[in-house]
Design a protein around this ligand. Structure first.
Ligand code: IPE
Ligand code: IPE
Ligand code: MG
Length: 250
């Protein structure tokens, strides 16, 4: 069976971002790396506002990958501190603005203090109708897929799932972003052109946008450029350009 062609419009419903380049931004100014992360947090505030205004419904931000634990101990510690403080300071404001807050990743690995605040923030904002802000922390795309596969395996062992009947659609309900539409637009700042184990499964048909701009410099104008690039593209999902045109006119 062919999957239906997802609807696409000029404004992405879901934007996923790898916020990269904080360290280089700081280094270029002779500042400690954490200064770049702090400035990066300001850009997150700005982007959340801009997404709300543009009509984006879901924003997923890569804040800390499962590989980032390999960084110097001090940077990891300061990042966790920054994250904890941000949760304490920002959640009330997000709630006031109707933002729904969610986390994906192995939350327990972030420590009890952070895990507890995440639970509270998710519970507080659960029924909000504005932008859904999803923070990926201690997250890895492979971890996510492996976890979903383990769920399928459990079902198979219990006799509830027939391994021969497994399709991509059978795995999807067990992924972290199962109830969220797939990202339409992926943005990576900082100049690297790679996915770095961010959402892997759901990026299959996402439009990719890479910019040299370092994350602490990624302002509203930069975001608008990314949106404009997205709006200029034709998403074909395997069809021909003519088929997509015809479907659009119908
Ligand atoms: C991204 O910026 C933020 C995190 C990974 C937490 P970096 O810290 O990776 O910045 P660069 O790539 O070293 O410039
Ligand atoms: C990806 O950035 C992770 C986050 C932005 C949180 P990295 O800076 O860790 O990616 P690599 O290691 O350069 O691929
Ligand atoms: Mg980096």
């Amino acid at each position: 069976m062919t999957a239906p062609v997802p609807e696409s419009s000029a404004v992405p419903r879901h934007v996923a971002v790898i916020m990269d380049g904080n360290g280089r931004w700081a280094k270029a100014r002779g500042l400690p790396r954490i200064a770049g992360h702090r400035k990066g947090l300001e850009r997150v505030r700005e982007l959340v506002r801009a997404c709300g205004e543009a009509g984006v419904q879901y924003l997923t931000l890569f804040a800390f990958s499962s590989e980032n634990w390999r960084r110097p101990e001090q940077e990891v510690r300061l990042l966790m501190e920054l994250f904890l403080n941000a949760l304490d300071r920002e959640v009330a404001k997000l709630h006031e603005n109707g933002v729904r807050f969610r986390m994906i990743g192995d939350v327990r690995g972030l420590g009890e203090a952070i895990a507890e605040r995440i639970r509270r923030a998710e519970a507080l904002t659960r029924d909000n109708r504005g932008l859904t802000l999803i923070i990926a922390a201690n997250y890895g795309g492979r971890w996510d897929i492996a976890r979903a596969a383990a769920e399928l395996a459990r079902g198979a062992v219990a006799g509830a799932i027939d391994p021969d009947a497994i399709t991509p659609e059978s795995l999807e309900p067990y992924l972290s972003l199962s109830e969220v539409p797939e990202p339409d637009l992926f943005i990576r700042s900082g100049g690297e052109q790679r996915i770095s184990n961010f959402v892997l499964w759901q990026l299959a048909y996402t439009e990719l946008y890479f910019t040299l701009v370092l994350w602490p410099d990624f302002d509203r104008a930069q975001f608008e450029q990314a949106l404009a690039s997205y709006a200029s593209r034709q998403r074909r999902f395997g069809l021909t350009g003519e088929q997509v045109e015809a479907a659009r006119r119908a």
